[in-house]
Design a protein around this ligand. Structure first.
Ligand code: G6P
Length: 599
């Protein structure tokens, strides 16, 4: 949800900033822009759409300081005029911003009334450079103007800004949106994600909420909200060693699906010893009478699966919420509730607010996150690492598989604690990790070609398979724009059948032997109304029961309870190939961002 960059160094600021920006395109791609200081003046270049459009416009001018931005539009349409950077009326300040300024209307009115300045864009962000200009005369130093201006902002922000009269310095501020700084011998990099620093620096600083930074090649200074200097230490880049870009794959999404076996092995290494769930001890669990899981999007689906695992194996009440609903539902939680927040990025605004609420009610908070330097990881009482490695494609794949694997292991771990049992889930997942292979691609690719012209498609399942149906449907929707929906197999008669037309594709997930017959009965009802039934199963189904089935996507055999980890891969691949067949870039589908950092 918007990515920001800052650069100072001996290379071309335009080229370097835009190259760095490409690492942040997963955060939004409605427009992009860059501002540099050249011969004492600010020079801005902007373009609608993806960074590639901006790249065509930029030329290397010899400037060596710049800021850049890739936008996911919230306030104001995704036009060039609304693209960042925004500049002050006197062309002295240029600003890039990730977040939302909630009081911008009020501030805009104050500035326009008192200074006569007219705003050029519809964005909330423009209030920042205009405010900097407005306050410039009343403050002794530039940093104190900057801090004062930021302190007047309500909302969420990561800000990088330049002033044409101080052409060697970047000014940075952070509240709730992420911001990082890395310093090399002769270069400075600022970014919304330290992934930008791979191969550029060995360590980096993290700005915390309401911290400010003034950085030039000679000096880096951090300040608190009152303008007092604060000391900070750096973080090693070693966590990013595994990141190697797209490698031989045409898209990150395909690469990330293919990484599933590696991820499962990494989970095994992390959770094999007590490092994994070690902090959730028997003593801790003795005080817990309820578990609540919260997440958004795919992470919510992982939570749905986790809740089913926990209730099945631990026999403890486990409620699951979409984060934005949780916040406004006055949830019934207290110090006896264990709240698990599932978030790949660890920076989804609603999930973070939900964690704050749970904490304020005294709950024990656990973060299941893939980004160990994220805000969520810092705020929760206990962190469970997802171990998926950087996930760049907007649609989550390997992180989902990892999340449900870890939630399964957690359920088994809690079961052992509660019932003094010794179920060897480690050995079970070890076997899965070692024997796991990706499904045969040919039938999936064939099916994807058939889906290209479909306007809608449907997914059904029972129990765990119903959750897989929800996630499979979301994946298809996100990256192919096919209107898809998921339904519990037993619910078809309560409305859903009205949607079935001749030739509608119905994906039936049936991996639980005990629920197979019931699921097939439901599928038959849809078939009788014209649906083309595609069955996804690892079971040896009697062909007399499946003579109405159009195609079977046979799955490799693992324990039934692990099948959600296995079967979802087929749907991730099906969505991927359908997206590609439709000429869509599956890594960057329309109107989606990987990190939703505003409510
Ligand atoms: C967005 C992304 C999804 C993701 C969801 C939650 O919608 O496009 O892929 O599942 O946010 O993100 P989180 O980082 O909290 O898991």
């Amino acid at each position: 949800m918007c990515g920001i960059i800052g650069y100072i160094g001996n290379k071309s600021a335009e080229i370097e900033s835009v190259n760095l920006l490409k690492n942040l395109e997963y955060r939004g791609y409605d427009s992009a822009g860059v501002a540099v200081i050249l011969d004492g003046e600010i020079k801005v270049t902007k373009a609608e759409g993806k960074i590639a459009n901006l790249e065509q416009l930029i030329v290397s001018t010899g400037a060596n300081i710049g800021i850049a931005h890739t936008r996911w539009a919230t306030h104001g349409k995704p036009t060039e005029v609304n693209a960042h950077p925004h500049i002050s009326d006197n062309n002295e300040w240029a600003v890039v911003h990730n977040g939302i300024i909630e009081n911008f209307e009020m501030l805009k009115q104050e500035i326009e009334t008192n200074s006569g300045v007219k705003f050029a864009s519809e964005t909330d962000t423009e209030v920042i450079p205009q405010m900097l200009e407005y306050l410039s005369t009343s403050h002794q130093s530039t940093i104190s103007t900057f801090i004062h201006a930021c302190n007047r902002l309500k909302g969420v922000f990561a800000i990088a800004c330049i002033n044409k009269n101080i052409p060697d310095t970047l000014f940075l501020a952070k509240r709730k949106s992420p911001l990082y700084v890395a310093i090399n011998n002769d270069e400075i990099f600022v970014a919304s994600d330290p992934i930008c620093f791979v191969d550029k620096a060995n360590e980096y600083y993290t700005l915390e909420d309401d911290e400010f930074c003034k950085v030039s090649l000679n000096c880096v200074e951090f300040y608190d909200i009152n303008g007092n200097n604060i000391a900070k230490s750096t973080i090693d880049m070693k966590d990013f060693e595994q990141f190697k870009g797209k490698e031989q794959y045409p898209h990150f999404m395909l690469k990330e699906i293919n990484e599933t076996p590696t991820v499962l092995n990494r989970i095994m290494k992390t959770y094999r010893d007590s490092l994994g769930f070690g902090k959730i001890t028997k003593e801790v669990m003795q005080d817990i009478n309820k578990i609540v899981i919260v997440g958004c999007g795919t992470a919510y689906h992982a939570g749905l699966m986790g809740a089913k695992y926990i209730e099945k194996f631990v026999r403890i009440e486990c409620n699951i919420y979409i984060a934005s609903e949780f916040i406004y539902s006055n949830p019934i939680i207290d110090k006896r509730t264990l709240c698990i927040f599932v978030s790949q990025s660890g920076e989804t605004a609603d999930t973070l607010s939900a964690q704050e609420l749970a904490k304020s009610k005294g709950a024990l908070t656990v973060g299941l996150t893939n980004v160990l330097y994220s805000v969520l990881a810092k705020k929760v009482d206990i962190v469970l690492p997802v171990c998926a490695g950087p996930e760049i494609a907007v649609a989550s794949t390997k992180a989902y598989t990892a999340q449900i694997t870890i939630l399964y292991m957690l359920a088994r771990y809690l079961q052992n604690i509660k019932f003094n049992s010794l179920f060897d889930y480690i050995a079970q997942i070890d076997t899965l990790a070692n024997l796991f292979t990706l499904p045969n691609l040919q039938p999936i690719q064939d099916l994807s070609k058939e889906l290209v012209n479909q306007k809608s498609s449907f997914f059904i399942g029972k129990g765990f398979d119903y959750v897989s149906a929800e996630e499979a449907s979301l994946k298809l929707k996100e990256i192919t724009y096919i209107n898809s929906s998921a339904h519990p197999a037993g619910e078809l008669k309560h409305g859903f059948l009205a949607l079935i037309e001749d030739g509608s594709y119905l994906f039936v997930i049936a991996t639980d032997e005990a629920l197979l017959d019931k699921t097939l009965n439901s599928a038959h009802e849809a078939f009788a109304r014209g649906a083309k039934v595609v069955l996804i199963t690892q079971l040896d189904v009697d062909t007399s029961k499946t003579n109405f089935v159009y195609k079977v996507l046979q799955q490799p055999k693992f324990d039934d309870e692990l099948m959600p980890i296995v079967s979802i891969i087929t749907f991730q691949l099906l969505s991927y190939y359908t997206s590609v067949a439709k000429g869509i870039n599956p890594d960057q589908p329309r109107n989606l961002a990987k990190s939703v950092t505003v409510e």
